[in-house]
Design a protein around this ligand. Structure first.
Ligand SMILES: *Cc1c(COP(=O)(O)O)cnc(C)c1O
Length: 379
């Protein structure tokens, strides 16, 4: 990309995607998982903010041909953009949208037995993956209801391409969580075994999401539904740090400085007079706000940005479309400069994990809330 092109695309606030990092992560998972286990990346919530179409296309190029999303609309969007391969909808699809499943070749998760009956009543062939509840108690038919699960396989309009469960305690490797995980895995294995005994052909079997894959790769089935780790992160800074080098962050978040002004001692900045200058300083106003996904929790010095390789605090309250930085310590800052909110600037780095910690949440939430208004560009 020429500097001119870059300036045109990166004119206000944007996300930069590092495809080389994505490729590295995909290769790392392939090495970690048994050969017969394929990746089924979770590209729901606009690929955790990265841009679902960009990610889907790039993953296709990397040889990935199975995906999961949260809802039917996300599946349709990918198909319309020409993304190839299997697409599984993990969440609920309302009966009014059942016709979209066939039209766009989407597989639907069977969220429970009653839902299977409803899908079957639709009267047209639907590809499904049967969800089994082994202990998360969110979706899936309960694992002890073998007869009901078996009956789903007998429904004439449903083609069961697979069966899966979701592990809910794989992020903590301590006795209690390990025992719970092992019980979930055993329950799931038992269901699969019983179904086969009864002559049901289970199809693809899958259990693992990111933490499962990192901490329990031995439980890999036919697919790994990798989400957050695909993007080179885990949910917290500490968890991610343990895999430094193995996982490479794909996303950076940047925005332009719109204006730099002097602020005299005792003056305030932003809504509600929240910032007061102790001494004379300089304020840089940046073109990004909470509507772009910069959490408002980062107001009043709780968050920082990098300008010209230096960490500077966010001052006052984050606004919808703008925020202010105290750049008193970086006199060379000018309008048009780039401010980095996630990513690197010279030797300095702000990670998504750091932002998440400052907001008392996880990286998954920070990323998935990044705004539709941000342009996604490949660095
Ligand atoms: C979101 C989701 C995933 C991916 O989760 P990560 O923790 O981001 O890897 C996998 N499976 C199901 C059922 C999900 O809802």
């Amino acid at each position: 990309m020429t500097a001119e092109m870059r300036n045109e695309l990166c004119d206000r606030a944007w996300i930069e995607l590092d495809y080389e990092a994505l490729r590295h992560n995909v290769e790392f998972f392939k090495g970690r998982l048994p050969k017969e286990c394929r990746l089924m990346p979770a590209i729901k919530a606009d690929a955790y903010g990265h841009g679902a179409i960009l990610m889907g296309r790039e993953l296709n190029r990397l040889g990935v041909d199975a995906f999961c999303v949260a809802c039917v609309e996300e599946g349709i969007e990918l198909r319309r953009a020409g993304v190839k391969g299997e697409i599984l909808i993990l969440g609920y699809t309302h009966p009014s949208r059942f016709d979209m499943l066939g039209k766009y070749h989407l597989a639907q998760a069977v969220v429970d037995y009653d839902y299977a009956r409803e899908l079957n009543r639709f009267g047209k062939t639907v590809h499904v993956h049967v969800a089994v509840d082994t202990g998360m108690h969110r979706l899936g038919e309960r694992s002890e209801n073998i007869e009901r699960i078996c009956a789903i396989y007998g429904m004439k309009n449903l083609i069961a391409d697979g069966i899966f469960s979701h592990l809910c305690a794989t992020d903590v490797v301590a006795a209690r969580e390990q025992a719970y995980t092992r019980r979930q895995v055993e329950e799931f294995g038992h269901v699969v075994e019983e179904l086969e005994k009864r002559g049901c052909r289970c199809g693809k079997v899958h259990l693992l999401s990111s933490y499962g894959m990192m901490n329990y790769p031995q439980f890999a089935g036919d697919y790994a539904r990798v989400g957050i780790a695909l993007y080179g992160l885990l949910s917290t800074e500490e968890d991610g740090a343990a895999w430094e080098g193995c996982l490479r962050p794909v996303l950076s978040l940047k925005a332009r400085v719109a204006s730099v002004r002097k602020l005299y001692a005792g003056e305030h900045a932003g809504y509600g007079m929240q910032f007061e200058a102790v001494g004379d300083t300089r304020v840089a106003t940046v073109c990004i706000g909470y509507a772009d996904g910069v959490p408002r929790e980062l107001s009043n010095g709780r968050g920082e940005a990098l300008v010209r390789g230096t960490r500077v605090p966010i001052i006052g309250r984050v606004c919808m479309d703008q925020l202010m930085l105290d750049v008193g310590g970086v006199p060379e800052v000018r309008a048009g400069d780039e401010a980095v909110f996630i990513g690197k600037s010279y030797g300095e780095r702000i990670t998504a994990g750091e932002v998440a910690a400052r907001c008392e949440t996880i990286t998954n939430e920070v990323l998935s809330r990044l705004g539709a208004r941000l342009r996604r560009v490949v660095a």
